[in-house]
Design a protein. Structure first.
Length: 356
C-alpha cells in the first residue's frame, strides 16, 4: 500500500483549513492509500492561533483597557476556539508526531502531497516564504513530491518572483492548482504546466459531510454571513446586511460572533436560509449542501478563489456587489446543471489523485 504524507495548513484554527485537510485525507484513504498528515508546526501559524497573544499582553502593560478587553473577552473566545480545533484534529486527522523543522520530516512516505489551500500565498505565513510548502526538504530515493489544488494570489506570486518559483517548482514531480488563474500565472512565469483540480472539500459527497453534522442547532430561520474582507466592519455595510435579514424575516448570524467549531460551521451552513460570504470554503460548502447563497466581490484580488470555482460550474450570477445588497432577494439555484459540471470536475480531480 502506497504511503502518502499530506502537507497543508491543518494547524490554522480556520474552518476551511481543517475541513479541506480532512477531506483530502479521507479521499486518499478511499483510493487505497495509507495516509498521514505531516504535523508541521509552521512558526507564524502557531503564533497567530495561540490563544495567548503575548504582543497584546505587552501592549496592555501601558494600556489597561486594552488588556482588560483582551483578558475578559478575546482570550476566552480564542481559548475555546483553540480547544475545539485541537479536539477536531485529534479525533479526525491522522497526524504524525509534531514537526518543527524540515530535517524532522519523516522519510517513510512514498509521496509527499502538498496542498490544498493557500500553500503558495505569503500572507498565511506572515509574508514569509515557507520553503517546506515549496517542496524544499529531503526525501528518500524513490519517493516524490507532488502538489494538489495549490492556491495563491497574483500578488504573492509576483513578490516571490520568477527565479524563485522556477527553482522551487523543480522539486515537484507533478503539480495542480485550485484556480485556473493561478495555474495560468505559474505556467507563464515558469513554463511548467499544471492541472486545475477541485478543492478537496468538494471531493466528498454531501452524505459524507452529513455524517459529521449533528441535528439542527439554530431552530429559527437565519441568514448566515462569513466575511473576510475589510469593508465587512463598516457601518454602511452592516446596515445593508441587517436590512436584508429583516426583509427575509430571518435572524442574522455572523460566524465570527461566536467560537464555532469546524462541525458547528458545517451545521450552520447546512441549515441556513441563505449564505452571504467572501470565503471560498463557505461558498464551497453552500454548493455542497445545495443552499441559496451570494458571494460578494471583495475588490482586493482575493475573490479569484471563489470566482474561478463559480465560473467553472456556472454560478456567475451569484456574484454580487455590495450595492446590490439593498434590493437583494433569496433566489433558489437550479443545482441540477451545477451538479453535472461539478461531477465532471470531481472525476478529473480523482483521476489526478489515483495516479500519485
Amino acid at each position: 500500500m502506497k504511503r502518502v504524507g499530506i502537507i497543508t495548513f491543518h494547524r490554522a484554527n480556520n474552518f476551511g483549513a481543517v475541513l479541506q485537510c480532512y477531506a483530502l485525507q479521507e479521499t486518499l484513504k478511499k483510493l487505497g492509500y495509507k495516509v498521514q498528515v505531516i504535523d508541521y508546526r509552521e512558526p507564524y501559524t502557531e503564533l497567530i492561533y495561540n490563544p495567548v497573544r503575548w504582543d497584546i499582553m505587552m501592549q496592555g502593560l501601558t494600556r489597561p483597557r486594552l488588556l482588560a478587553g483582551y483578558l475578559f473577552k478575546v482570550f476566552p473566545e480564542r481559548l475555546k476556539r483553540s480547544i475545539q480545533y485541537n479536539r477536531f484534529r485529534k479525533q479526525y486527522l491522522n497526524c504524525t508526531k509534531p514537526i518543527f523543522q524540515r530535517e524532522q520530516i519523516p522519510l517513510d512516505f512514498d509521496t509527499y502531497l502538498i496542498g490544498s489551500d493557500q500553500m503558495w500565498s505569503l500572507h498565511p505565513t506572515g509574508n514569509r516564504l515557507e520553503p517546506i510548502y515549496f517542496g524544499d526538504f529531503i526525501v528518500r530515493e524513490g519517493s516524490d513530491i507532488q502538489g494538489y489544488a495549490i492556491s495563491s494570489t497574483i500578488e504573492s506570486l509576483n513578490v516571490i518572483g520568477r527565479s524563485t518559483l522556477v527553482k522551487y517548482i523543480k522539486n515537484f514531480k507533478r503539480i495542480s492548482f485550485r484556480e485556473k488563474t493561478i495555474r495560468d500565472e505559474v505556467e507563464r512565469m515558469t513554463d511548467r504546466k499544471g492541472e486545475v483540480v477541485l478543492d478537496p472539500s468538494l471531493l466528498l459527497s454531501c452524505d459524507e459531510w452529513d455524517r459529521l453534522t449533528a441535528k439542527r442547532v439554530i431552530q429559527t430561520p437565519y441568514i448566515l454571513t462569513y466575511f473576510l474582507h475589510e469593508n465587512a466592519s463598516s457601518f454602511d455595510f452592516l446596515r445593508k446586511i441587517k436590512d436584508f435579514a429583516q426583509n427575509q424575516h430571518a435572524k442574522l448570524i455572523n460566524i465570527f460572533d461566536v467560537a464555532y467549531s469546524p462541525l458547528d460551521f458545517l451545521n450552520a451552513i447546512k441549515y441556513a436560509n441563505c449564505i452571504l460570504a467572501t470565503s471560498f470554503h463557505a461558498i464551497a460548502f453552500s454548493i455542497l449542501f445545495q443552499k441559496p447563497f451570494y458571494a460578494l466581490k471583495s475588490n482586493d484580488g482575493k475573490d479569484i478563489r471563489y470566482i474561478n470555482l463559480m465560473n467553472e460550474i456556472g454560478l456567475q450570477s451569484r456574484l454580487i456587489d455590495e450595492d446590490e445588497l439593498s434590493n437583494l432577494k433569496i433566489l433558489s439555484i437550479d443545482y441540477e446543471n451545477v451538479n453535472l459540471r461539478l461531477e465532471d470536475s470531481k472525476n478529473r480531480s480523482l483521476k489526478y489523485l489515483k495516479s500519485l
